[in-house]
Design a protein around this ligand. Structure first.
Ligand code: BG6
Length: 478
C-alpha cells in the first residue's frame, strides 16, 4: 500500500482575515441605511461594555480603500466580510437601496484589484429592526421569504464576482444569546421561544442555500458556527456522559441539521421531556434536505471542558465582558452538563481557554462526522494592546497564539482533513459586540476607545509582518 504524501497547506489555500459589518463599518445612517436590531439594542443603554456601539465603529465604510491597501501590502489572499442587510434593504424588504448595493460592489472590486478573494457572509447578526418590529424577526416564518429575497438580491448582484459565501454566522450564538440568555438583541429569555426561533433560522438557512444553487451555480456556500470541541473533566462515566450530551446539545444540534437535515435524537428526547415542541411543519424536511452546504465554516476560539451537573447545579450566564481575568462564572445546564476550568490550559483576560490542540481535535472530529471541507472562518486572540509612543504595538502574545493554531490546522490537513482556508479574526481592530473596543483582535491597531472616536488612525502591529511572512511562505515560515 502506498501511503499518501504528507502535505501541509495546499497551493490555493485561502490565507485570510474576517470581519462583520456592524463591527467595522460605522456610518450607521449613511446613504439610506436602515436601523438594525443592534443599532436599537445598544441605544437601550448599559447593555454593552461602557455602552460601546457601532455608530462609527472603525469607520471602514469610509476607509475601506485604506484598509484594503493594507491587506494588499500584507499579501492577504482572502477577506471575509458581512453585508449589512439594512444597507441593501433599509426596511428589511421592499425598496432596494442603490447606494448600499453600490458600496459592496466597490468593496468587492477593490479586493479584486489586489487579487484578494472576497468571502461574503450574508447574515452576521444585524437583522433589520423593521422586521423585528413587524413580526418578531426570527420568531416568525415570514422571515424565511424576506431572508431569501435579501439573499437573492446579493446573488444577483455579486454572484458572478464572489465564489465563497457564508450563509449564516454563528447561529448557535445569536439564537442562544438573543432568545435564551437575553444578552443580545432582541433580549429575550425564554427557552421555548429560543428553540423555535432556532428552527426557523434552520429553515431560512436551507432556503437560501437552495436559492444559491440556482443563482450561483459555480459558487460554494456554507454556514459558520462557533465551535468549541469538548473535553471531559475526568474519566468518570458521569463526566463522559456530560461530554456526550454537551456535544449533542451545543454542537451537533446545529451541525447535524445543516449537514444531515435532521436533529440529534438524544436532544429531541430531552426536549420531549421538557415539553418543548419545535413547531416543525410537514414541508420542513424537504427544505432541509435541499439546503445542504458545500463546506462547514468553523469559528474557533477555545475548547471547553465539561463535567456532570446535578439537577440543582449551575445555570447558563455570567460571562466576563470586562477583561478582568477570573470574573466569569461557572455555567451549565442542570441535569445535563456544566463547563469547568481545565487545569492544563491557560486563559485570556476574558477567561477564554488558549488551546491550539483543540482546533486540531475539532477539525478531525468534524471531518470524521461530516466528511465536508472546512473553512476556518474565524480564529484569533482578543487582548488589550498597547500603542507605544513610537507608534508600535508589540503583540508577541498574538503571534504565539496564531502560530500555534495555524500549526494545528496544518496537522489536521496532514491527517487528511480538507481545509479550504484560514481566516484570522480580525484584520483591523474592531468593536467586540459586548466587550467594547478594548478587546482587540487585529493585525492593525485602530486609535479609538469606547467613549472617544479619536483619530481612527491605523497602525501596523508586530503581528502584521509576521502574518505577511506566513502567507508569503504558504505557511512554512511560522
Ligand atoms: C464570534 C463572532 O463570536 O467571535 C464575532 O462571529 C466576534 O463577530 C468574535 O467578534 C469574537 O468574539 P468577541 O466576543 O470577543 O467579540
Amino acid at each position: 500500500m502506498k501511503l499518501p504524501t504528507k502535505k501541509r497547506f495546499p497551493e490555493n489555500f485561502l490565507w485570510g482575515s474576517a470581519s462583520a459589518a456592524y463591527q467595522v463599518e460605522g456610518a450607521y445612517t449613511a446613504d439610506g441605511k436602515g436601523a438594525s436590531i443592534w443599532d436599537r439594542y445598544v441605544s437601550l443603554g448599559d447593555v454593552t461594555y461602557k455602552g460601546s456601539h457601532g455608530q462609527v465603529a472603525v469607520d471602514h465604510y469610509h476607509r475601506y480603500k485604506e484598509d484594503i491597501a493594507l491587506m494588499a501590502e500584507m499579501g492577504l489572499k482572502a477577506y471575509r466580510f458581512s453585508i449589512a442587510w439594512t444597507r441593501i434593504l433599509p426596511m428589511g424588504r421592499g425598496a432596494e437601496n442603490a447606494a448600499g448595493i453600490a458600496f459592496y460592489h466597490s468593496l468587492i472590486d477593490e479586493l479584486h484589484q489586489y487579487d484578494i478573494e472576497p468571502i461574503i457572509t450574508i447574515y452576521h447578526w444585524d437583522l433589520p429592526q423593521a422586521l423585528q418590529d413587524e413580526y418578531g424577526g426570527w420568531e416568525s416564518r415570514q422571515i424565511i421569504t424576506d431572508f431569501d429575497h435579501y439573499a437573492r438580491i446579493l446573488y444577483r448582484e455579486y454572484g458572478t464576482k464572489v465564489k465563497y459565501w457564508v450563509s449564516m454566522n454563528e447561529q448557535n450564538v445569536f439564537v442562544t444569546h438573543g432568545y435564551s440568555l437575553g444578552v443580545h438583541p432582541p433580549g429575550i429569555k425564554d427557552r421555548l421561544r429560543s428553540f423555535r426561533a432556532n428552527h426557523i433560522v434552520n429553515i431560512a438557512n436551507a432556503t437560501i442555500i437552495a436559492s444559491f444553487r440556482d443563482l450561483v451555480p459555480d459558487g460554494k456556500i456554507g454556514p459558520s458556527l462557533a465551535y468549541s470541541p469538548f473535553y471531559a473533566q475526568t474519566s468518570h462515566p458521569d463526566d463522559i456522559i456530560a461530554l456526550e450530551t454537551a456535544q449533542d446539545y451545543l454542537t451537533y444540534w446545529y451541525m447535524d441539521i445543516y449537514c444531515r437535515g435532521r436533529y440529534p435524537q438524544s436532544i429531541l428526547n430531552i426536549l420531549e421531556k421538557l415539553q418543548i415542541d419545535l413547531a416543525i411543519e410537514a414541508t420542513d424536511e424537504a427544505v432541509l434536505r435541499a439546503g445542504k452546504p458545500d463546506f462547514l465554516g468553523i469559528n474557533y476560539y477555545q475548547s471547553l471542558t465539561v463535567a456532570h451537573n446535578p439537577l440543582d447545579g449551575v445555570v447558563m450566564g455570567g460571562m466576563n465582558t470586562s477583561g478582568k481575568k477570573g470574573t466569569s462564572k461557572e455555567q451549565g445546564i442542570p441535569g445535563l452538563f456544566k463547563i469547568v476550568q481545565n487545569q492544563y490550559l491557560t486563559h485570556t483576560d476574558w477567561d477564554w481557554t488558549i488551546d491550539a490542540d483543540g482546533l486540531y481535535v475539532g477539525i478531525k472530529r468534524l471531518t470524521s462526522r461530516y466528511q465536508l471541507p472546512i473553512l476556518i472562518s474565524e480564529n484569533g486572540l482578543g487582548a488589550i494592546d498597547v500603542l507605544d509612543a513610537d507608534g508600535k504595538i508589540h503583540d508577541s502574545y498574538r503571534i504565539d497564539y496564531l502560530k500555534a493554531h495555524i500549526i494545528a490546522v496544518g496537522r489536521a490537513i496532514e491527517d487528511g482533513s480538507d481545509v479550504l482556508g484560514y481566516c484570522s479574526w480580525s484584520f483591523t481592530d474592531l468593536l467586540s459586540w459586548l466587550n467594547g473596543y478594548q478587546k482587540r483582535y487585529g493585525f492593525v491597531y485602530i486609535d479609538r476607545d469606547e467613549t472617544d472616536d479619536r483619530t481612527l488612525n491605523r497602525y501596523k502591529k508586530d503581528s502584521f509582518s509576521w502574518y505577511q511572512s506566513v502567507i508569503r511562505s504558504n505557511g512554512s515560515n511560522l
